[in-house]
Design a protein around this ligand. Structure first.
Ligand SMILES: Nc1nc2c(c(=O)[nH]1)N[C@H]1C(S)=C(S)[C@@H](COP(=O)(O)OP(=O)(O)OC[C@H]3O[C@@H](n4cnc5c(=O)[nH]c(N)nc54)[C@H](O)[C@@H]3O)O[C@H]1N2
Ligand SMILES: Nc1nc2c(c(=O)[nH]1)N[C@H]1C(S)=C(S)[C@@H](COP(=O)(O)OP(=O)(O)OC[C@H]3O[C@@H](n4cnc5c(=O)[nH]c(N)nc54)[C@H](O)[C@@H]3O)O[C@H]1N2
Ligand SMILES: [Mo]
Length: 763
């Protein structure tokens, strides 16, 4: 008799079938109530026992023999690791942490550790690492994210923290859209596969189903370089746009509103500041260039009549302007968000049912689906005694430029001299740009420590690798925003090999360093404690005692559905319900931003041409998008992700005309090059792309094992992307696109070794 239980992941709630001896996970499958489950779920069981699992603590031989210090060979695929007993690994690591602390101070420890980790409120990788590092005196941290890092810095200046919460938690729901919205203008499309992911877990994937029902009443226009960025069933109109040109299009749409008397001057006068400065910029008074549809056509490829028509249609009914995160994950990406907010303000529908501005449809599965009206249980991180931080996407700058300063949000940040990096729950050799540069960066530290499930490319650069128990190998509880239930996540099987809970790892390290991590409780006792603390809060629902919660597999979470959308109160009375911006209104011109005096930021939205664009020899614009069948790099080794590969590696999509011009057909292997590096990819042709545009998903495991052929022979796009901040204001990731060349590869095809793990020796 097999046993079936539930578990949670960022790709959703799912069912786990365990063998009758309780030792093996036989299958993982979608939860029966989930109408649109993520394909990745099928790969969880396979990932759990995959040969790429880290099963014992391992130390890189060169570090073990030579001691800590910079080493240009970090990440060498031929490096050998020595498997050791836990005690030896923990003693070595505690001694090294102690050495760095006493010689260089705690600010020499970088514990930012950006990444998605796993679902689960107690065993949250970053919270646990941060709690441990805080307990030993603190660490240099990182802030913001790779997702919407530019928006997170820009938008608070324009709409304030209140506006930020409204925008994230209270967008018009799909129901509102169906009821009220005539036109949904979707910049960056509405990709179904992106809604399969919700941080923290998700009961029922309903976003694409709701979008489908909204489409019966709402005209959807997607603006993107790919026609299939919207589900075919949505019947969306497609406006093909040159990637990176949205700001120009949005400025021309706003120009048309002004030129044709369609702008809502009353709303602009009462709810915004700076509309006059925007008008002066649009007319060319500011810089001599009028932002007409003809001007935007040259830059974007969208015909001027289409632009005029779109502006008129937007003004004629209830219009919602949505921008995906991808638009701002690029050089000057924040300007697209700024311009979209400006256009929505000129339409004057912000705060009206089904109208205004949203930022999350098509990017995150919980957007517009519901919000968690109560906080969720959390494991406290303690307090950090070190004040230093970086915006997370400046990791290579941090390691390569100790003691330098970088501009950020109107100020300057001094970069500490980092000697030890500890990563848990993230994969920078997946997520960061320009991996050649990142390799040079990690070569410069004394010690790199990684806790991992798998021998990821990041683990294979580490000096100390500690095997962590996965979400199926530990007890936890989980819920995502908008979930209907706080779920128990009982462990399904024991950890593989000698893998341990990270809770145990940090407790052991803390003891060796005379610090207190666990307050005398074990992880199971902590689970009960964070649950009880949550249950006793006055603002949480009437939840049962822990034993009952655990037995029932969970407890309902109240669902709050706003009757209306974001900015309703502000719209109704901007004096009584102001935003917390300097003016109390939406700032279409911000004196604060203007006052920063930055070359790449003005007080209002501006068109700034990017340095990175197609031109000889890198004549194609490569979009780097979120993968459908995995979460970033997670589960890339399992069948759902592998089923998407072409010629045994990550596919590159090309327009048939671009493929033919390069002598390429489906199934060929191509070499893709940029100014930063090169990779091998399998060719797929499709006319759903604009000519001149190519596309690859992120997340293929970096494979540097045949450098004579390419920097990565498995198709990790981040060997191609450029490691520059979005701007001096926001300093976020610019990973969404890069100029590349694509040519046939007819040479010897080296085998992919990314999932094999390193050479291991034991004592
Ligand atoms: N070029 C380009 N690059 C991008 C993007 C892009 O659009 N273009 N997108 C960016 C975005 S938006 C994001 S969010 C990032 C994502 O970047 P990451 O979040 O770093 O990517 P993941 O593959 O999810 O990495 C999570 C890692 O944590 C490990 N892990 C999971 N749970 C645990 C745990 O409990 N403990 C420990 N120790 N480890 C655990 C997994 O095995 C995995 O290796 O990528 C960014 N990179
Ligand atoms: N299945 C799955 N879902 C995911 C993730 C995953 O790894 N797997 N990751 C999650 C995470 S962490 C995040 S942050 C979100 C990210 O969400 P997004 O950043 O919105 O997702 P992307 O897939 O990178 O981009 C969406 C679309 O934007 C279009 N696009 C790119 N550049 C431009 C441009 O300049 N202009 C216009 N108009 N369109 C452009 C592309 O055609 C692309 O298909 O996705 C989440 N969802
Ligand atoms: Mo993200």
């Amino acid at each position: 008799m097999t046993r079936t239980q539930q578990s949670s992941a960022h790709w959703g709630t799912f069912e786990v079938e365990v063998s009758d001896d309780g030792r093996t996970v036989l299958d993982t499958r979608p939860y029966a109530d989930d109408p649109d489950a993520a394909p990745a779920i099928r790969g969880v069981a396979e990932g759990l026992r995959h040969p790429s699992r880290v099963t014992r603590p391992a130390i890189r031989r060169r570090w073990l023999e030579n001691g800590p210090g910079p080493d240009p060979r970090r990440g060498d695929p031929d490096d050998e690791y020595v498997e050791v007993e836990w005690d030896e690994a923990l003693d070595l690591l505690a001694a090294e942490l102690g050495r760095v602390r006493s010689t260089h101070g705690n600010r020499a420890i970088f514990g930012g550790s950006y990444g998605w980790g796993s679902a689960g409120r107690l065993h949250h990788a970053q919270s646990q690492l941060h709690r441990f590092l805080n307990a030993i005196g603190g660490y240099t941290r990182s802030i913001n994210d790779y997702s919407r890092g530019a928006s997170l810095v820009l938008l608070p200046h324009l709409i304030g923290p209140i506006g930020m919460r409204e925008l994230r938690n209270r967008p018009p729901s799909w129901g509102h859209i169906a009821e009220h919205t005539d036109l949904l203008l979707a910049f960056g499309g509405l990709r179904q596969s992106n809604t399969w992911v919700v941080p923290g877990g998700h009961d029922r994937h309903v976003a694409s189903r709701l979008a489908r029902s909204a489409a019966a009443d709402t005209r959807i226009v997607t603006v993107s370089a790919q026609r299939d960025d919207a589900l075919a069933e949505l019947g969306a109109e497609w406006v093909g746009i040159r990637p990176g040109a949205d700001t120009a299009l949005l400025l021309a749409l706003t120009h048309t509103l002004v030129a044709e008397g369609l702008a809502d001057d009353a709303f602009l006068a009462t709810h915004t500041v700076g509309a006059d400065r925007v008008r002066a910029y649009l007319s060319g008074e500011t810089d001599g260039v009028e932002k007409t549809p003809e001007w935007a056509e040259d830059l974007s490829g969208v015909p001027a009549p289409t632009i005029r028509d779109l502006a008129r249609r937007a003004a004629a009914g209830r219009t919602l302007v949505n921008v995906t995160y991808s638009l701002q994950r690029a050089e000057h990406g924040e300007q697209a968000v700024f311009a979209a907010l400006t256009f929505a303000a000129f339409l004057g529908q912000i705060g009206l049912p089904g109208g205004g501005f949203t930022h999350g449809y098509g990017s995150m599965g919980d957007y517009g689906v519901g919000v968690a009206p109560v906080p969720l249980p959390t494991f406290s991180q303690g307090t950090n005694a070190v004040p230093d931080f970086i915006p997370c996407a400046r990791i290579s700058d941090l390691l390569l430029r100790p003691n330098a300063t970088i501009p950020y949000d109107g100020g300057t940040l001094a970069l500490p001299d980092i000697r030890l990096v500890y990563w848990a729950g993230g994969n920078p050799f997946h997520h960061h740009q320009d991996l050649r540069r990142l390799r040079r960066a990690v070569a410069s530290v004394d010690t790199l420590v990684v806790n991992e499930f798998h021998w990821t490319p990041t683990a294979r650069h580490a000096d100390i690798v500690l095997p962590a128990a996965t979400g199926l190998e530990r007890d936890d509880l989980a819920a995502g925003a908008g979930d209907t239930r706080l779920r128990a996540m009982p462990r399904a099987v024991g950890p593989v090999g000698e893998a341990r809970e990270e809770f145990w790892i940090y407790d052991e390290l803390a003891k060796r360093l005379d610090a207190d991590y666990a307050e005398g409780l074990d992880s199971r006792e902590w689970l009960e404690r964070i649950y009880d603390e949550w249950r006793q809060r006055p603002d949480t629902p009437d939840a049962p005692p822990f034993a009952e919660f655990w037995r029932d597999g969970g407890t309902p979470l109240p669902q709050h559905h706003y009757r209306d959308g974001a900015f309703t109160d502000f719209r109704a009375d901007p004096v009584a319900n102001p935003l917390d911006t300097p003016s109390g209104r939406i700032e279409l011109f911000s004196d604060t931003l203007d006052g920063f005096g930055l070359a790449d930021t003005a007080g209002h939205a501006v068109w700034i041409d990017t340095a990175e664009k197609p031109g000889s020899p890198y004549d194609l614009q490569l979009l780097c998008t979120q993968p459908s069948h995995r979460l970033h790099s997670q589960l890339d080794m399992a069948s759902p992700s592998r089923s998407t590969k072409v010629a045994g590696r990550e596919p590159v999509r090309l327009h048939p005309s671009d493929a033919t011009a390069r002598g390429l057909t489906d199934g060929d292997i191509a070499i893709v090059r940029s100014a930063q590096g090169s990779l091998l990819a399998g060719v797929v042709t499709t006319d759903t792309l604009l000519p001149g545009v190519a596309r690859m998903h992120t997340g293929a495991w970096y494979d540097p094992s045949a450098p004579e052929t390419a920097d990565c022979i498995n198709g990790n796009v981040n060997v191609l992307t450029k490691d520059i901040g979005t701007s001096q204001l926001t300093q976020a990731s610019s990973g969404a696109r890069v100029a590349v060349s694509v040519t046939r590869y007819d040479g010897r095809v080296p085998p992919v070794r990314a999932y094999d793990g390193p050479r291991l020796a034991s004592r």
